[in-house]
Design a protein around this ligand. Structure first.
Ligand code: UGB
Length: 439
């Protein structure tokens, strides 16, 4: 085997060879010297890149910190102040979806009687976020602090429970709307399944564990034909993905109740309407179109049967929500472990008197004093059910729930609010022209 030395010092001695050997030797040292210089340069470049990257990450972290909509001592102080009850025996409630329709009303009702309330809302653009901002402004004016954040943000939830020992969670954040699920199915999984689980994980780990009251839906009855709908009826035939995610929510909350001892109350809301309502709902969009002289599409069921809903006025729903909070027993777990069986309830919150969609349009025409341009079409197969009708005897017995507002009276209040909020200008129905400060 030839050694490297043999290459440099060939076996036959001679001047040339010796000189050549010296030359090679010099080249070797030069080469070695340049390699070590390169090595130093490489080291220098690596160090430079590393300092640049760590500086970048420092800038990123700092800007995230400074741009974050939550966190910091001032923020924590605001959260604590908002969560502190102002009456003896008052409760401290985290309301998710607080800038939503039901969330705003429930938060205000709790605040007005002296409970501590902190709101959480992601202000997504499913419908006009300016309406959500106006609701937030209303809450702020009543001393309710609303955090801008998502129920999927586990860090934020952990922080909120770290700052405040909430006694209750009123979980109203959700992707609502029956027919929109055809367009954006993932949003239902994101909010109604993944978001719910993230919230329950935070609640289960919180110390103390809060009692949870949350919004299920009348839509879980799906293709049920037995009327009125009772809590014990079948709910395994949902007609829309929305309904399926709400039904899944009932199963998921049951699991957390069973494993971790979380106190759970699920409320099946029946087509809730009223002031500060949701623009995607029929009564709201019909009002806008009627005032703008645009046609409205009225769906009709099979064999020309009118569709009907057990429309429920917001004030009645709020009473049901508050009564649910008041009658909720404490969760039994701690440190993420169940210590005993916990309460699990499901209630219908409806009005018990279904009204057909054409009759709803008739009431709106009277209150608005404008005739609607009705465009009647067959109900598309996109998740709608022909009718809903609540049996509310359980809620009556256990919550003292007693709805008192019929559709005629409720829509009168809605129209009054609509005109005060959007103004009489028929072109302004899509955006706020003035924000009312009262309900
Ligand atoms: O109780 C619930 O669990 C749900 O209530 C609500 O759903 P729905 O009862 O479907 O209300 P909503 O859309 O106002 O349609 C009312 C009627 O108008 C008909 N309808 C609707 C739109 C239209 O353009 N034309 C029409 O005839 C339509 O066919 C229907 O017959 C909530 O949106 C939902 O989030 C959920 O909470």
């Amino acid at each position: 085997m030839r050694l490297m030395e043999d290459e440099l010092f060939p076996s036959t001695p001679g001047k040339f060879k010796i000189e050549r050997a010296h030359t090679i030797n010099r080249q070797f040292h030069r080469c070695f010297a340049s390699t070590s210089t390169m090595f130093l340069w490489a080291l220098f470049l690596i160090a430079l890149t590393a300092s640049y990257l760590s500086f970048q990450s420092f800038v990123d972290t700092s800007s995230r910190y400074f741009n974050a909509s939550w966190g910091g001592m001032h923020w924590e102080k605001q959260i604590r102040a908002s969560a502190t009850p102002r009456r003896p025996g008052g409760v401290s409630v985290l309301v998710t979806g607080a800038a939503g329709f039901v969330g705003t009303h429930v938060s205000l009702a709790l605040r007005k009687r002296g409970d501590g309330v902190v709101g959480l809302d992601n202000f997504n653009s499913y419908y006009d976020p300016s309406l959500k901002k106006a609701r937030k402004a209303l809450l702020t004016s009543h001393g309710v602090f609303v955090v801008e954040g998502d129920i999927n943000d586990a860090r934020l939830l952990a922080k909120l429970f770290d700052v405040v020992p909430f006694t209750h969670v009123m979980h109203l954040a959700a992707q609502a709307g029956v027919r929109y699920a055809i367009e954006n199915p993932a949003s239902y999984v994101h909010s109604n399944i993944a978001g719910l689980v993230t919230l329950l994980e935070a609640c289960k780990s919180a110390d103390p564990q809060p009692a949870i009251v949350w919004a299920s839906s009348s839509s879980v009855y799906g293709l049920n034909e037995k009327a009125p709908f009772s809590e014990a009826d079948r709910t395994d035939r949902p007609a829309s993905l929305y309904a399926a995610t709400k039904k899944a929510g009932e199963e998921i909350t049951h699991t957390y109740n069973h494993i971790y001892g979380l106190s759970i109350t699920g409320l099946r809301f029946f087509t809730v309407y009223g002031p500060w309502g949701r623009p995607d709902m029929a009564y709201f969009s019909f009002t806008r179109n009627i005032l703008q002289g645009k046609p409205i599409t009225v769906y009709r069921g099979k064999n020309h049967v009118d569709l009907a809903r057990d429309f429920t006025y917001i004030d009645d729903i709020v009473k049901g929500c508050v009564a649910s909070l008041d009658t909720a027993q404490k969760s039994t777990g701690s440190g993420g472990r169940k210590r005993g069986p916990a309460q699990y309830r499901i209630f219908n919150l409806g009005n018990t008197s279904p009204v057909t969609v054409p009759a709803l349009v008739g009431i709106l025409e009277r209150h608005l004093k404008v005739k609607a341009k009705r465009h009647v079409v067959e109900m598309p197969g996109n998740g709608d059910v022909p009718f809903t009708h609540a049996n509310i005897s359980s809620a009556r017995t256990e919550l003292g729930y007693n709805p008192t507002t019929n559709l005629e009276a409720g829509l009168k209040k809605f129209v009054k609010w609509y005109l005060s909020y959007y103004g009489y200008n028929p072109r302004s129905g899509g955006g706020a022209t003035k924000a009312s400060k009262s309900l």
